[in-house]
Structure formats: C-alpha cells, structure tokens
Design a protein around this ligand. Sequence first.
Ligand SMILES: C[S@@+](CC[C@H](N)C(=O)[O-])C[C@H]1O[C@@H](n2cnc3c(N)ncnc32)[C@H](O)[C@@H]1O
Length: 267
Amino acid sequence: MPDTHSLRQPDVKGHYNKVADNFDDYFAEIHDSQLQSVVEKIDLQPHHLMVDVGSGTCRFAEQVHKFAQLQKPIICVEPFPEMLAKAKGRKGVLPVLRGGEEFFNDASLCDWFDRVLFIQSYHHLKDPSSVLQNIERSLRPGGICSIWNLTTHSCFERFTRVTTAKLYSSSRHEETYRLLQQANLKVERSNVLLTYDLTKAKLYSMLRGRFITNLYELTDQEIEDGIDKLEKNDFKSLQEDDVIENKATYLVIQGTKLNSINNNMNS
Ligand SMILES: C[S@@+](CC[C@H](N)C(=O)[O-])C[C@H]1O[C@@H](n2cnc3c(N)ncnc32)[C@H](O)[C@@H]1O
C-alpha cells in the first residue's frame, strides 16, 4: 500500500502554526488518558532526567512532571515557536526551540539522559537513523528511548471510512524497530490501548482542526463531506453534547541502552 504521507510532503510548520492555538484543547482528553501508561511504560523515576522530543505546547510534559514527581524539569524539544509560545508559565518544563535532529546532534550530550520520549512526533524526523544514533550516545547506560506511534483510533477510523486519510503504514514501524537495533539499543515493542470520551461537537472540531497530521492532506470540503456522512450514518441519533467513546492504540517501540558489560557479552 503506498504511503501517502511520504508521497505528499505536508507543510509541517504551516500545520502546527495553524493548530497551535487549539492544540491543548484537542489533546486534553488524549493526554489525560495516556499519562499513567506513559509513566509506567518508561518506568519513570523521580531522579530521572527526561527529554520530550516534539513536546508541542509542553502540556503533556507538565502533567508527566507532576505525576512522576520529577526532581528536574523535563527538557522539551520543539522546533516551532508557535507551539512553544503556549508553554509560557508551565511548571516543570524547560522548553528548547530546536528540532530533534539539531538537539541530539550536539556531541557534548554523552551519557546524559535517562529517558527520551517521542509521542506522535517521531514521524517528523527527517533523518531518524542518525537521530537515533545520537540519542544512543546521549543516553545513560540503562536509559530508554521510547517511541509512541498511533496505530488505530476509533474516531479516526470511523472518519476514514468516508475519506481518504490514512494512518502511517506498518513498514514505518518495522523500520523504527530496525533503526533502534542498529543504534545498538535493546529493543522491545508492545501495544497500549487507551480509551477516552469526546462529545460529538468536540470530535468534529478536532477533525475540522486536523488534530493529527494524517488529516492534513484533506481539503476543507473533503472534511465537511466526511462529517456530513458521519452525521447521516454513524452519529445520526447523537446530539452535539452526546459523548462518544474512543479507543486508540499506540505501538510503543522502545530501546534501552545496555551498559558496556552487557554490550561486550552481546557481541
Ligand atoms: C502530534 S504533535 C505531538 C505533541 C506532543 N508530543 C503531544 O503528544 O502532545 C507532534 C509534535 O512534533 C513536533 N515536531 C515537528 N517536527 C519535529 C522535529 N523535526 N523534531 C522534533 N519535533 C518535531 C511538532 O511541532 C509537534 O509539536
């Protein structure tokens, strides 16, 4: 199946520029539902130093910092000023206006971080192979790079039955696994299922606002046509403030940096 996203390079900056004002609203329920799973999956401990790559507005990082009772601020790496402008006043975060590529390219970052997190941001990296090699260098032994990619989303799937937008193809995930291995990390993968409620009105506003980049390629008319079909079929009997239960699955691929003794035994 062709990967429409690599065929048509979206204007990522333009997308996040437009979405920045509403980002926190679109992602409120999603962030709340994923908080505990993320903290548990990466085994985040209070003394850890963590980097959130593609942190957006830092809303989620602020939640993580509080929930995990971290002692040091989370370093929030985000290339777009419109997104970081929304981070003003947040507690427990240290925003850095940079792309993941540039941030980890700094050779002085050696054995530095305990956790590096990508939530729905890894797909934006232009050269993931070299970024992962640099991340491996920047991790302390035992440190984890955790990559969360949305693989199913019930509201998105309902919508895409009537539109052409697609989630990323599975070959991308295979490649991520392989690149983490090539970066000398011990890799594991698992699925995390999340559920959260959205009112019909909110779901429509998220679709109209293209809350995920997969919707970016659709024209306004295609989005309205899609919503119109949902209105006539799946959601015919629902009022604007009726609640829809959503299920989302993340494929989590994470690599752990082995200490040098383990490394020698593996080789
Ligand atoms: C879907 S948002 C996810 C934001 C956040 N992780 C969350 O879950 O709320 C993807 C984020 O990745 C950022 N991004 C885009 N290109 C990037 C790059 N090259 N390096 C790091 N982040 C990038 C976007 O600006 C955006 O904030």
